[in-house]
Design a protein around this ligand. Structure first.
Ligand code: PNS
Length: 170
């Protein structure tokens, strides 16, 4: 019997990719035959890394994960999901604060395309506080971001997030 492959899309801004994202991608890999990590243009955000840079950083990070690929997209997420024949959108949930927004998106995506399910994976405890914004903030103060981003891309990310000169507050 020719069984259909189960494809999942893991969408996000990934500005830049963190170990929290990697945790979700790895766990999605365990649940689906094929996982597409999709860098989506979020009109609400001003990214620090270009789309191409974000795609390259993710590609280097998922290089050794079989069945995982990377793509980018501008448009409605469900249109992409439908085009590639995916059955699920996978999102990581860190805290209750993520839930309201993610719940709204999941309901709306279902309304727009009823063949897609949104699967929420709860982030591992050690990544609960982690976000791309926090990584950028730490780097901007000259802090060490090594524990928070994939090993393969740490230097590339760190060299792009040079600390800004902060003046002492008098
Ligand atoms: O990492 P982010 O910025 O929280 O990811 C949000 C993203 C990019 C997944 C979301 O903004 C998105 O799906 N944008 C595409 C446009 C779309 O389909 N919007 C949903 C309509 S309800």
């Amino acid at each position: 019997m020719n069984q259909q492959k189960r494809i999942a899309v893991v969408p996000g801004s990934f500005d830049p990719i963190t170990k929290g994202h990697m945790d979700i991608i790895r766990r999605a890999q365990g649940l689906f035959d094929r996982v597409i990590v999709l860098v989506v243009i979020n009109a609400q955000k001003q990214p620090q890394f270009s789309l191409q840079e974000r795609v390259e950083l993710i590609r280097s990070s998922v290089d050794n994960l079989s069945g995982v690929e990377v793509d980018s997209y501008e448009g409605l997420l469900v249109d992409y999901v439908r085009d590639v024949g995916a059955c699920a959108i996978v999102k990581g949930l860190r805290a209750v604060s993520d839930f309201e927004y993610e719940f709204q998106m999941a309901l709306m995506n279902k309304q727009l395309y009823d063949k897609v399910e949104t699967v929420f994976l709860t982030t591992s405890t050690e990544n609960q506080y982690l976000s791309s914004s926090v990584v950028k903030q730490i780097a901007s103060f000259g802090g060490n971001i090594k524990p928070f981003v994939p090993e393969q891309v740490h230097e590339r990310i760190a060299s792009r997030l040079n600390p800004v000169q902060h003046k002492p507050v008098k």
